[in-house]
Ligand binder design. Structure first.
Ligand code: DX5
Ligand code: ZN
Length: 231
């Protein structure tokens, strides 16, 4: 059963002005973005520290967007319930950070959120083989996690195609998200390979003509759904 989700834009707050998160969230929603992407970094899983549950909670009253929480932390199972209480709609854990991935995905769903798994560029999609029924979103990292403003890794494109094929065989709808170096050029290739959720920081919050223009440029760079190779 091949159920393909529509294209979604997920602005990454990591590229926004940290002193004006509420304005950034409002601008993203006004610009038509369906998701809001929160990059949670602990200085251990990745060599950077960002923000946590407090930022999610503060923006929950400001934005009606789908809150997409990307946990780049070790032992993420310790904080699942707190992020859901703060307002998370989806909680994504890194496959490399989970000793008991199936248990953690079940924990996320039990807490009331959608469950996602992120794969670093070097991690094969085969780690997902036995947990496809337990997840609602697969995040193929198109850069090594930890920083915004990095260059897209083209070697991840065949993996996106293979993940799209795995999703085509799944019993329920699953989002295919890409994250890192997403701009008007890489969007075309990533969506053609099968992605439907585009995370972007620099190309949205750093767009010279503003957030709404940044979102619109990505949306128009996406090929029409019939032009996707793996679907
Ligand atoms: C990196 C994060 C990304 C990052 C994307 O570890 O997961 O979400 O903020 O930023 P850009 O779009 O600037 O590459
Ligand atoms: Zn991210």
């Amino acid at each position: 059963m091949s159920i393909v989700h529509e294209l979604k834009i997920a602005p990454s707050l990591l590229a926004a002005d940290f002193g004006r998160f509420a304005d950034a969230a409002r601008a993203a929603e006004a610009g038509g973005a369906e998701f809001l992407h929160f990059d949670v970094m602990d200085g251990s899983f990745v060599p950077n520290i960002s923000f946590g549950m407090g930022a999610v909670k503060a923006l929950r009253n400001v934005s009606g967007a789908f809150f997409d929480i990307h946990l780049m932390i070790v032992q993420p199972e310790r904080y699942v319930e707190e992020f859901v209480r703060a307002g998370a709609d989806n909680v994504t854990v890194q496959a490399e950070a989970c000793v008991h991935l199936q248990r953690t995905l079940a924990q996320i769903r039990k807490a009331g959120a959608k469950a996602g798994v992120a794969l670093n560029p070097a991690t094969p999609e085969t780690v997902l083989e036995y947990v496809m029924d337990d997840l609602d979103l697969i995040l193929v990292m198109t850069v090594n996690p930890g920083f915004g403003g990095q260059k897209f890794l083209p070697a991840t494109l065949p993996k996106i195609e293979r993940v799209r094929k795995m999703i085509a065989g799944a019993s329920h709808p699953i989002h295919l998200e890409v994250d890192g170096g997403i701009d008007h050029e890489t969007t075309t290739a990533a969506v053609a390979a099968g992605a439907n959720v585009l995370v972007a920081g620099t190309s949205i919050f750093g767009h010279p003509e503003g957030v709404a223009k940044g979102i619109q440029v990505l949306r128009s760079a996406a090929p029409a759904s019939g032009e996707q190779s793996a679907m």
